[in-house]
Design a protein around this ligand. Sequence first.
Ligand SMILES: Nc1nc2c(ncn2[C@@H]2O[C@H](COP(=O)(O)OP(=O)(O)OP(=O)(O)O)[C@@H](O)[C@H]2O)c(=O)[nH]1
Length: 622
Amino acid sequence: MSPQARQALEPNATPPEQIRNFCIIAHIDHGKSTLADRMLQITGVVEPRQMRAQYLDRMDIERERGITIKSQAVRMPWAADVGDGQDVFALNMIDTPGHVDFTYEVSRSLAACEGAVLLVDAAQGIEAQTLANLYLAMENDLAIIPVLNKIDLPAAQPEKYAEELAGLIGCDPGDVLKVSGKTGEGVEALLDEIVAQLPPPEGRPEAPARAMIFDSVYDTYRGVVTYVRVVDGTLNPRERIEMMSTKATHDLLELGIISPEPLPSKGLGVGEVGYLITGVKDVRQSKVGDTVTTSARPAESPIGGYKDPRPMVFSGLYPIDGSDYPTLRDALDKLKLNDAALAYEPETSAALGFGFRVGFLGLLHLEIVRERLEREFDLDLISTQPNVVYEVTMEDGTDVRVTNPSEFPYGKVGEIREPIVRATILAPSEYIGAIMELCQSKRGQLGGMDYLSEDRVEMRYTLPLAEIVFDFFDQLKSKTRGYASLDYQEAGDQVADLVKVDILLQGETVDAFSAVVHKDKAYAYGTSMAGKLKELIPRQQFEVPIQAAIGSRIIARENIRAIRKDVLSKCYGGDISRKRKLLEKQKEGKKRMKNIGTVEVPQEAFVAALSSDDSVAEKAKK
Ligand SMILES: Nc1nc2c(ncn2[C@@H]2O[C@H](COP(=O)(O)OP(=O)(O)OP(=O)(O)O)[C@@H](O)[C@H]2O)c(=O)[nH]1
């Protein structure tokens, strides 16, 4: 690295005119991480021998699933031509998560930039998240550089998609850059364009310091590492800083930049992006979107746009082995340190024992948390069917917020409201009919439809969140042979005709199976659950009725016929020790049963009945 380049890496020494802050926005799998890797390599911040794929994705799960969950910011020096020769610029690349569950994090990362590279796969074209992220970037007034990626692929159609992209953002198709993150082709030209097209950051160097938090991660050794973008003034080490939303103050122990390992510095000035370490142990004290200022000279007003992360989807998590409960509690406490959006409280279920009701941003968030609990903390868990939050107004005017279907109030219910989302679906036009059919079956309302090109269409729907959190995406994919893409945003709530369906075993409600569903779907839920349980619960010594009920009205019924499984039936003759052994084994098996009233239900039956994956149910059938 040249001395000049080294200087561009030196924080607080770079004037704002020589800084460019940008992010890469793309649909999932369009190659953002690969392009970021190439940029790190080409600018020389990562030596070729240290290079590994997806350098910026640090969490194991991110790497395995190939998705980016937490954003990171890296500073790269880049020499570009300016009017009278060459100058070295400091490029700050802020990596953003790509999934809808993390839209809020994306929008904060965007707010830390002046421009965005809009990356589109040259073999796929624009997808739903391309649009959703583009709209977010436009809301944040970012300059957009349109780029087609993967031009090395034989299936790439750069000309066709350059037109589509140009039509979308209103530029000339010739202005769309063409790169390959894999081979590196066109990446240098892209770096030059970032310098040429994006405006430098603006801010008031003399004003009281203001910096926006766009990410905050928990590190076992260093406590919380907070990523910020300085808007005004300067932050210096050993200052006392204040979080403007909570007024909490902390000593700044260290600050610096990432390139791509942490590099401590003497200060962070206007337009710079870097990290802060204060010794706090919990990311909730350093929240994404909050404004950092100094205690000595606090700023008057925070940078706008802060919002508390709000869980949208809830599910009960229970250890399969009840003695793992304390481990589960500790594990959730640990995950919470690194995940401000995770919310949970203890819950007891008659059927499943002690556990937690956990709030998530969405289904992917749920899956990731569950997978981390099982993998990093070695827990076996049962999770109940995910549900959304219902707001219920009783006839006497009291409001009840329901995060657990089994707590859904009976009696004088006035109005029930459920959350809705605005969904954008992109697909080849031949699938319009199939998509409409699916959305209608999910209580969707068509808001509008536009053709992006001759054969690709964008459809906008309003849908209840409850209908899409479950298996909407899978169904959409299968009905469109994988070609449709989906993105959605919260859009308030609506009044809906919802009922709670209970499942009763021998007259006793099994709380884990209660669900809040639309009135028209109550019967289908009841019969399918009763049918499933009939297959899963072994015969008992007496007849067991399985019923589905709305309040006191039974809507479905199945019977499990009586029989005692006679383990001795194959044992002719008089070998008493063998008989005893078989009876002992039967007793062992019974320990793993849960008793619902007098009915013994094997643990696997719960797991299978609550699982949306039919193969689990198939396996558990006796
Ligand atoms: N042929 C080719 N493949 C590429 C190129 N860029 C990325 N890929 C491949 O496309 C897949 C997705 O790339 P990623 O970089 O992980 O995509 P991403 O957009 O970062 O994905 P998320 O982090 O999940 O949003 C990987 O299998 C890459 O190897 C490219 O320029 N050419």
